[in-house]
Design a protein. Sequence first.
Lengths: 370, 324
Amino acid sequence: MTSMPASAAPSPASGKSKYTLSAKLPDATLHKWLRDLMLIREFELKTMAAYQQAKIGGFCHIYIGQEAVVVGTFGAVNHDDPVVTAYRDHGHALARGMSARACMAEMFGKAAGCAKGKGGSMHMFDKPNWLFGGHGIVGAQTALGTGLAFAARYEYEVLKTGPKKVCLSYMGDGALNQGCFHEAQNLAGLYSLPVIFIVENNGYSMGTSIERGTTMAHNLCLKAAGYGIDAIQIDGMDVMSLYDQFKPFADKCRAEQRPGFVDLKTYRYQGHSMSDPQKYRTKEEVAKFQERDTIMTLSNYLLNERKSLSEAEYQKIQADVRDEVKDSVEFSENAPVPELSELYTDVYAEPMPNLSPSGEYTHGAKNPLL
Amino acid sequence: MPQLTLVQAINLALAQEMEADPRIIILGEDVGKNGGVFRVTEGLQARFGADRVVDSPLAESGIMGSAIGLAMAGLRPIPEIQFEGFLGPAYDQLTNHAARYRTRSRGAVTIPMTVRVPVGGGIHAPELHSDSPEAIYAHTPGLKVVMPASPYDAKGLLISAIRDPDPVVFFEPKRIYRAFREEVPEEEYTVPIGKAKVVETGSDLTIVSWGASVLQCIEAMDKLPEDISVELIDLRTIYPFDQDAIIESVQKTGRCVVVQEAPKTCGMASEIATVVQEHCFLHLKAPVQRVCGFDTVMPYYKLELEYLPNAERILEAVMSCAAY
Ligand SMILES: Cc1ncc(C[n+]2csc(CCOP(=O)(O)OP(=O)(O)O)c2C)c(N)n1
Ligand SMILES: [Mg+2]
């Protein structure tokens, strides 16, 4: 699903109030949101194409449909608030400020990738942008979020070296069922740590619908209640209304240095991964969510209602993101693969001399440390 | 006799055992409706019902623990863990509980459970989806560990595992799930746990390997000079492994190369080398060689082929061992 020019589509009145938090944001902020949403969408479309051409290996989980989640929630916090997420992480990386080149090259397994081509699609790391990784073990990152929040509170209260922060710990609805998540919540509740568990509730964990996978699917907030964690359910298909609800919630967690839980209803338009026959849902269901597509809604609002963006400016954004993504693909295609010696680096801080099978190993990498 | 892939052979074994024994229950993520990530359990839920092929939430610790409970009560659970890396969350249940109940209860409580787990690299997947942790579980008293390298053995070994009175970790090398077909008898048969297979007989040197690496060994052997005669042993069971077969072979050949995909240090190759020096010392004409992965995290796919033992590396080890 490409983002069609919003003006070409009939423009239903969005009914947006002028007085919401998001409507009061400067034009530049909202235009940046639109650009980020469109960048992620375009990036993912080109990622799918590259995957189909076997330029990307391994597993690849596409974020299309869920873009509003990262753009709206990141928009509500500070750049130095730490973030962890699961493996559906390209959107998080881009919205946090990673260049399309570093993100794409990582998936191509190239040395110029954000993790030197060592992590791949599921493992986007960007420490300068406070992104502490995509994670391949479902649910495991939730406890890391608890730890990052612990550190932030410690720095603020004990070391007095940092501001009040809040950690955003993203997870899929499937991760609700992992034991680790419950331990993470209990710790966060017990110690009162400023971590917000954001469930990107797209309704499915691979082929398992949420109703088949978890209890209290109708009201996930009940799960957090058991840990004394404030919880809120937010519709995640519209970036502005998402922000309007999330911003005060995040502000409160920050101010009171308490944990939070967000059941963020969203939807992935594509399959779970690039190899998913999608027998578990109907085309009509997908279409129902696409009708509320966040790019369509936001561009409609900016072009037709708020009138802060001209058609030409909209086209320019579209062209810019296309160029940026096209450039990232070309860059990644031409970028060198990691040196063979990279097999032995980054395992320990201290170089280890005996990581390779033998010093005489000549076919391929020779351990440079030997 | 039908020509089956490894996936089909496993599916057939599961179906036939379930037909024969109503105590068997399969549980795991997407094993039912979807037939599993690798479609190994395809069609089983339709055939045996959702009570016996149970779609579970995303919860490895819960899956493993529940399976152990089922086994304690006398059922025959077959949990599936989607990839070897996801054994992590289930590790406590598997090693601290399943492995130890027979001992802890002085034989009163036993765990006849077969844990099916795709294993190993070579499918362009990242770490956690490409690892070879068999030695970790072989190093856990109370667990049996099996890894077939062919469709025929997969069916026979799985049936043995299911009927075994103790917990078995059944590793399925995902690289060869659909790599080739082989004649697999329609009727049920068993391949004994603890027995290696001599794939090729020879007199000058013994190669010991298991899982997908066996195929690389065969490839290497095809490139050998005519005058070197190599015996290839497919270990098949990682624990309890067939020491007799290895000892007998190396006492005959006097030379041994062990090939494994897993990191080198403290792998099964190290254990096998030790057994060889303990029992074949006076027969050895050369030090035992190991061709292994590296002591690093399994690399992302651009470097994957550098990591996995390939025919070239195996050949080189064989030649240098032979020339020692
Ligand atoms: C511990 C663990 N178990 C299983 C998997 C395999 N797996 C990867 S994604 C996934 C579904 C996760 O669904 P959800 O958390 O809802 O995230 P979504 O894919 O919807 O973004 C599964 C079962 C895994 N990566 N880690
Ligand atoms: Mg989901």
